[in-house]
Design a protein around this ligand. Sequence first.
Ligand code: SF4
Length: 447
Amino acid sequence: MSDEQKQKRVGMISLGCPKALVDSERILTQLKLDGYEVVPTYDEADVVVVNTCGFIDDAKQESLDAIGEAMRDNGKVIVTGCMGKGGDAERIRAAHPDVLAVTGPQAYEEVVGAVHEWVPPNREHNAFVDLVPPQGVKLTPRHYAYLKISEGCNHSCTFCIIPDMRGKLVSRPVGEVLDEAERLVAAGTKELLVISQDTSAYGVDLKYRTGFWNGRPVKTRMLDLCTALGEMGVWTRLHYVYPYPHVDELMPLMADGKILPYLDIPFQHASPDVLKRMKRPAHAENTLERILNWRRQVPELALRSTFIVGFPGETERDFELLLEWLQEAELDRVGCFKYSPVEGARANELPDHITPELQQERWERFMETQQAISARKLQRRIGQQLRVLIDEVDEEGAIGRSYADAPGIDGQVFLNGFSGCKPGDFVDVTIEHADEYDLWGAPVDNR
Ligand code: SF4
């Protein structure tokens, strides 16, 4: 077989957040449709696509290192993703002048076009179109999938450059999102993870236009989307929700078990002054009152959040307010970052930057406070029965997650010595032990 007749092979390195992972999946789906084979090693690949992350400087460095590795071990590299725009694109070209092409985020056609240009597909292999699964290529295990409902963001948080990189909010038509969800469920997905930059803003740009799904009208709106997803009989988990009043409307769906009683809300801080300087969406809301109100309706509601400590101008009093807020809010899962300047972000120009030593001290105090809260909350789980979705099974037992744990970022439930299940199974578990992050238990029927 001549070189032209061989099926062309593409390697992919996907860095960054779940949203970037969804972009990688779309690129790979298109490349498979075009007749390429996706391979897992540099050696086998005719070309390597690196999907970069440019969120913070550490992520940028990781992306540059990944490009360097792909250049060294393969030599034919196309770069895409968040670093593929503006000054970052120049930085890539300066560090790695021999990359074949640099394209920006969501530039599917451009990156696919670059692959075609440098490694033209063998058209005879169009039979491979039939081998692309209807739900597309998924980089997550088959039993869970990210469902991206929009791109971009209408906010202008001062520490963030995502709106500059990804543009204003563009919601996907609701019928298209629901069709994708249906295909995923038909292909075995048990958990849909709804992602975007701002899930509560879904449909704002389309003025909540009425779309159609299975011949019936559905509004392009978070509540209507969640109601329809709730009919699919799988777990639906919401990420990147802001604490706006209309989020209250989701509580009945959670109380009825239609969607998971779980919300990932990036609060980032609790001091009104800091939130104002961060220009956070919904910063004027009384978030504690809102949380209490939600919990009155859905007592088992699990809340996940992330915070930034040491933001410019954060006073000791601001920080104490944050700790007091944490004590009251009793969130279930919490991540905390020390503020670090991102090239191009407006927060860099704010006065009174905090020294690294003070940032570290505050981060440690924050983590200590939250760990105690988390440990206390997980202790209360002992003796409860929880439904667990199994992620992994090996000779030591099974590992899964309850409704309170999103994959990759939250805790896990360990079923030591139990391997009578497979990934994607639901197992009812009695919780026997807990630490500050994870739970251990045994299947209810096996006790
Ligand atoms: S809400 Fe703020 S932090 Fe989130 S993407 Fe938009 S601007 Fe960035």
